[in-house]
Design a protein around this ligand. Structure first.
Ligand SMILES: CCCCCCCCCC(=O)SCCNC(=O)CCNC(=O)[C@H](O)C(C)(C)COP(=O)(O)OP(=O)(O)OC[C@H]1O[C@@H](n2cnc3c(N)ncnc32)[C@H](O)[C@@H]1OP(=O)(O)O
Ligand SMILES: Nc1ncnc2c1ncn2[C@@H]1O[C@H](COP(=O)(O)OP(=O)(O)OP(=O)(O)O)[C@@H](O)[C@H]1O
Ligand SMILES: O=C(O)CCC(=O)C(=O)O
Ligand SMILES: [Fe+2]
Ligand SMILES: [Mg+2]
Length: 342
């Protein structure tokens, strides 16, 4: 298991070497003068905490993730694939296809009004692991190649979502409060978990882009609860209660196909959608199958565990007893390598 320590000498040396990088016109904005192989040969990366050793990430990408807890990769998923995912999403909303286990979540303001209008009522779909078309996203080779830099070669798709952030109702319920995804996960270690989140269209502050607090992946899991928002909060949208508002925030402006990979302790959220369109993104949380389930009893995760348990019992009947761990075991799917613990 990797330990999480302050960046060691190797990272320091790499940072020095990165002084020799020059700006380019693509990707993260830097081009390595030396190849990553040359740099790593001279500087064995023994003290990296959040990324594994291979030649997939460039040195600057690797260092960026180590320090910031996220990595934006431009133009990773084709428009053709994204258009196919959008079509399948529409078919699911119209109930033209039914997929077992799939959850269609609506915005709280829509649920509380009489207004029901198929796709325009849908906030997100969750658990599309048994929808072959959407699950192709989780198996895309270009995504898995990058995921393996964080998880290693044995990869489980743990959680799937297609988010359809609706135009805000005026009550600001389209916001997603600042949170850490690890709050929802009863497995560890955190460093072998990563989210891939792909913009299905241009996303900026107007339609509610992702907002991240760089470097917060180096901290611990914080206590989460419903924010005290006047207009209401969507079910299970827990937020961090005492986040430091002075921490720098980065708004991730993304084009269709751009993908951000981020650590499950990275504090993030998304703003309200001020446009008339439904802002779409598709995502999957991956974990190394070497991870282990943990008992969240007595921890800050107890509140979400019992909420999820209640929802499952409501859906399948009170006589069905499933643990928080079972919920995850049941939905996760192997996408590369061997299934070990999860
Ligand atoms: C499961 C683990 C999640 C893992 C997340 C990984 C990290 C990502 C971090 C997040 O994304 S946090 C947000 C996670 N969001 C979800 O997991 C979506 C949760 N939503 C659902 O599972 C369903 O939408 C829900 C069970 C809440 C409702 O689905 P139903 O098909 O049962 O809806 P229905 O319209 O029948 O309403 C049932 C009840 O739920 C209420 N409801 C529905 N949508 C709601 C909503 N959006 N907010 C609040 N309450 C809601 C609705 O008012 C009604 O209440 P009453 O029983 O009191 O009448
Ligand atoms: N009280 C709160 N608790 C937790 N998260 C919050 C709270 N208020 C706002 N947020 C979240 O903080 C994040 C950053 O908000 P910020 O105002 O910087 O940008 P934004 O709301 O995304 O964009 P804009 O202000 O341009 O609409 C968003 O995800 C928002 O949902
Ligand atoms: O607004 C989004 O698309 C991101 C939501 C999010 O962070 C999540 O569901 O975990
Ligand atoms: Fe999240
Ligand atoms: Mg704001």
């Amino acid at each position: 298991m990797q330990s999480r320590t302050e960046p060691g000498p190797a990272v320091g040396r790499l940072r020095l070497l990165l002084g020799h990088l020059k700006p380019n016109s693509t990707g993260t904005g830097l081009t390595a003068v030396s190849t990553s192989a040359q740099i790593y040969a001279a500087n064995p990366p023994d003290k990296f905490c959040y990324t594994l050793d291979n030649d997939v990430l460039s040195p600057e990408q690797r260092l960026f993730y180590e320090e910031n807890g996220f990595l934006l990769v431009k133009n990773l998923v084709s428009h053709e694939d994204l258009d196919r995912f959008r079509k399948e999403f529409e078919r699911l909303c119209k109930k033209e296809v039914k997929v077992p286990g799939l959850v269609i979540a609506k915005d709280i303001t829509v649920v509380k009004s009489e207004y029901v209008a198929e796709e325009s009522a849908v906030n997100k779909i969750q658990d599309f692991m048994d929808d072959e078309e959407l699950f192709r996203y989780c198996r895309l080779p270009q995504i898995l190649k990058l995921v393996a830099c964080f998880t290693g070669p044995n990869i489980m798709a743990m959680h799937t979502m297609l988010i359809n952030k609706p135009p805000d109702s005026g009550k600001m319920t389209s916001r997603h409060p600042l949170h850490q995804d690890l709050h929802y996960f009863p497995f560890r270690p955190a460093n072998q978990i990563v989210c891939a989140w792909t913009a299905m269209e241009h996303i900026d502050r107007n339609n509610g882009c992702l907002v991240v607090l760089p470097g917060t992946h180096k901290g611990s899991l914080k206590k989460h609860a419903y924010p005290a928002w006047e207009g209401g909060v969507n079910k299970m949208y827990h937020g961090i209660q005492d986040y430091d508002p002075s921490l720098p925030r980065v708004h991730l402006v993304m084009e269709k196909g751009d993908t951000v990979f981020f650590h499950p302790l990275l504090v993030h959220g998304s703003g309200m959608n001020r446009t008339e369109g439904f802002r779409k993104a598709i995502s999957c949380h991956y974990a190394s199958s070497d991870c282990n389930y943990i008992d969240v009893g007595g921890t800050s995760q107890e509140n979400i565990a019992s909420e999820i348990k209640q929802i499952v019992e409501k859906r399948y009947g009170e006589d069905v007893t499933v643990s928080f761990k079972d919920v995850w075991k049941f939905r996760s799917r192997l996408v590369q390598g061997q299934r070990i613990n999860l």
